[in-house]
Design a protein. Structure first.
Length: 478
């Protein structure tokens, strides 16, 4: 019962935050965004409790979670005069509504939905009933989560200078270790329920965002391709951080693209929250935050004809977008250096030109082998390249610049270049050691780019036209 309450509380927190932003979320967006946002808020709350000296035991964590739910609900009622946080769900459970929706869909959507449900079932069974055997889990994320749950603090005996038992796997920002610790503290049947809920949330989130641009058949197919990507599906059954990190990148970047394309101010707020939580989850979240900052500046410059570049509204927008992620990054770096005193365990980065003969060519060779391996990423990389070629052909023949696709591609390429630059700055004495960083770190870090590439493919003009030809929506019965 306590375990169920803890999970429901996380969803409630996320749904209230969404409701504070807007009432216009779809059902799939509500179900998809609720858990990752709620879990992120809970971990920030747990971190603040720990800093204030409150022990992270079951009583304090559950009480704190309940207080957070009550506080957010008060804000919702006081500022929005809104009490119905389940309104998006109620719209779809009214009598006859679900059957009507099913009747509208064609056979292709229903078939893909069935395959997707079966895939999620297989991944769930493997996750819940197969022990964690990944070294990074045993020696890092799960190890730290168990210590937090056992000792009631993030600053636990693993960081004791006399016999320090942590490695660089234990000094990532605390969102995911605290998420796993939350499951341990609340007595979940298996801590792997956390990555499974992230996995399911990715399905709803990606579908909801795609539906803003493409039909249900194309949306469902892209979701299935993403979740069935071999390496992605395999890693989803472990207590790793790369798969959960993907959802914050997915919502943050695609949400930003939705706002950029004038799909509503609510997506700007959504992007701020999820990009910040992305930095709070793994520092590589900065890789996607930086291109979005440049895209924001570009849009504000384009709008100079309507208002001054340095108008109060533009300054406020820039501050709201930039400060939260910077605070999240700075807070953890300060805590790591002055409280945990473990900043010396960070990755061996060295800014500047690394004088290691053949390093760049060596890195790009491994990157090419990993990126284009169908055993790891299936067709996703090839679909992204196909979309690029199709857009070029469309541009040449139609003489029509696809601005929306250009912005999406620019964010992907910019983030990828920054990502490669970060790996190139790893300062190690030999290429053999460097190969280990690329082979494992880059391979899993590429998860963040998979939904962005599929989004770019699905929203390409040629692909949209073709998918619309395949999709036939039955007329709604009156």
């Amino acid at each position: 019962m306590i375990a169920l309450f803890s999970i429901v509380s996380v969803y409630l927190i996320g749904m209230i935050v969404l409701r504070l932003i807007s009432r216009e979320w779809s059902l799939s967006e509500t179900l998809g965004f609720g858990f990752p946002i709620g879990m992120g808020c809970v971990t920030v709350w747990m971190f603040l409790m720990d800093v204030l000296g409150i022990s992270l035991i079951r009583g304090t964590v559950l009480s704190g979670t309940f207080l957070l739910v009550a506080f957010l609900y008060f804000l919702l009622y006081y500022f929005k005069k809104d009490q119905d946080i389940f309104a998006p769900i109620k719209r779809y459970v009214r009598k006859g509504e679900i059957s009507r929706l099913l009747h509208k869909q064609n056979a292709g959507v229903l078939f893909l939905s069935g395959v997707l449900i079966y895939l999620i079932y297989l991944v769930t069974v493997k996750a819940l009933y197969w022990p964690a055997i990944h070294y990074d889990t045993i020696a890092g994320y799960d190890f730290l989560a168990r210590a937090i749950a056992h000792e009631g603090t993030l600053h636990n005996s693993l960081f004791d200078p006399a016999h320090r038992l942590v490695s660089y796997r234990s000094i990532y920002p605390p969102l995911f270790p605290l998420s796993f610790a939350y499951a341990y503290i609340c007595g979940e049947m298996s801590v792997k329920i956390i990555p499974i809920l992230y996995y399911v949330s990715i399905a709803f989130s990606f579908y909801g965002l795609l539906r803003r641009y493409v039909n249900p058949l194309s949306s469902m197919l892209m979701v299935l391709i993403l979740l069935a990507t071999p390496e992605f599906a395999a890693q989803s059954t472990f207590l790793m951080t790369n798969m959960p990190q993907t959802i914050y990148t997915l919502i943050g970047v695609i949400g930003f693209i939705c706002w950029f394309n004038h799909k509503g101010e609510r997506y700007f707020a959504l992007s701020i929250i999820t990009l910040t939580l992305g930095v709070w989850g793994r520092t590589e979240g900065v890789v996607f935050f930086i291109p979005c900052c440049f895209a924001l500046a570009y849009r504000l410059i384009r709008e100079c004809r309507e208002r001054s570049l340095f108008s109060r509204e533009n300054v406020k927008r820039c501050l709201w977008f930039g400060i939260p992620s910077c605070v999240a990054y700075g807070t953890w770096e300060i805590y790591l250096k002055y409280v945990l005193k473990a900043s010396d365990l960070q990755q061996p980065f060295k800014l500047g030109i690394i004088e290691l003969k053949g390093k760049f060519d060596f890195m790009m060779r491994i990157v090419e082998e990993i990126s284009f391996s169908s055993q790891l990423y299936g067709w996703v990389i090839y679909l992204g390249i196909t979309a690029f070629v199709l857009n070029l052909i469309y541009l040449m023949y139609k003489r029509e610049w696809l601005f929306f696709n250009g912005i999406t591609l620019s964010l992907i390429v910019a983030a990828w270049c920054i990502y490669l630059w970060v790996y190139y700055q790893i300062d190690v004495p030999s290429l053999d050691i460097f190969e280990g960083y690329i082979s494992y770190g880059y391979k899993r870090g590429l998860f963040n780019f998979l939904p962005l590439l599929l989004f770019y493919f699905a929203t390409s003009k040629v692909v949209q036209n073709f998918s619309n030809m395949l999709y036939m929506e039955y007329p709604q019965k009156k």
